[in-house]
Design a protein. Sequence first.
Length: 467
Amino acid sequence: MDIGSLFTQAARHAAKFREARSNGMQRAENDYAAEIALFSADLPKSGLPAEQVLEELVTKASPGLQLMVGPRFFAWVVGGSHPMGVAADFLTSAWGQNAGNHVAAPAAAAAELVAGQWLLELLDLPREASVGFVTGATMANFTCLAAARSAVLRARGWDADAMGLFSAPPISVVIGDDAHATVFSALQFLGLGHDRVVRIPTDRQGRIVPEAFENACAGIHGPAIAILQAGQINTGGFDNFRRLIPAARRCGAWVHVDGAFGLWANTVEARRHLRAGVEEADSWASDGHKWLQTPYDCGYAIVRDADSHHRAMTIAASYLPMAEQGERDPSHYVPELSRRARGFATWAMIRHLGRDGISAMIDRNCRAAALVADRVSAVPGIAVLNDVVLNQAIVRFGSDSEPEEADRMTDSVIALLRERGEIFVGGAVWRGRKVMRFSVSNFQTDEKQASWAADAIIRAFHDVEGG
Ligand SMILES: *Cc1c(COP(=O)(O)O)cnc(C)c1O
């Protein structure tokens, strides 16, 4: 096998996909059934040369690829897999470092160490915090809450890592009604239960109502975890950290913040107030593959007390090299043992954009969201339901006086936009009613793209309205 020509062939296909389709249709040509038909085959008895397999893979996959990396994909906060991050990720795969341990994989461990320190600075979180490089914010929430669970029980003399939760003192978990679904999943995975929580009511922007939170905290005696949010997935709203964190402290709770994309508001001076006080929490979950634009899978579990983080994630085996005193091993802060060297892509993205480039990108995306919200809400019959403080807008079509009809109309506008493939938007239910989700998180999305998107939305609305 000629490695050089094989890798070049892969890179050529990658570039072709990105260049040819950078402004293309926001719709895959093939649907799922068509792709299954293409991939379906009996288990191969004998192999094929690598070059041929690569061609076959490209031929089968290409028609079923959604342009999620394009500037007009707005359905979810997905980031854009920036070419810089992709290139670093190619190398990460090619280098094949099993990035668990600093003795065996020194470059991978060092890149994580430095990228982790850069992240703490960018997000302005305590510099002594530990950073675990995980697959995404779901696992970041899981990892942080595992550290929380162990720490609050250890403070009561219970070793949950050794003894589990059986006969442990019960933990009170306080969480906002509009927390992200994956936080509830993390609670489920950790034996804390997604329903065995105290849910606090939220306001119109999905933010925890402070009085209700304070009342709930006042009633807590015993180990407790409070879960707050920086960047609600529909509205982009931030909890009031300045007020909520001290209230949680008064009842001795560990405070965790889900900030998958919202924590990045810190990089833009005009948006920094949104996250004021968030640095007072105990742990934070964030993503690299959203606003930092690294390829999937990349998230960060950040814990103020590195020792709690380490204890909750420790994997010890006699055949694994032990970390020397004071040295950081990547695997000590994540659930996995064998893992890709996620630090390389993070390091490369921060090195490429720099603090200024990251700030400009986040700002550009926020302005794009605001522009769309302004343009569409000026049209009679279209309403933006949230304060567009960040990169999220939720949009509803039709009349308030006929909510069922407006639900149908909202669904129809989303369906028409998807069919046309000009932009890709999402749908959701907000306060019991259908809405269109509009999230901006791609490095290429600027006000020009936003203006184009606003036109597409308004056009689709008029077409649906006109029947
Ligand atoms: C995306 C998101 C998550 C889950 O993150 P993944 O990277 O998809 O695992 C959690 N919380 C919020 C607020 C998110 O936006």
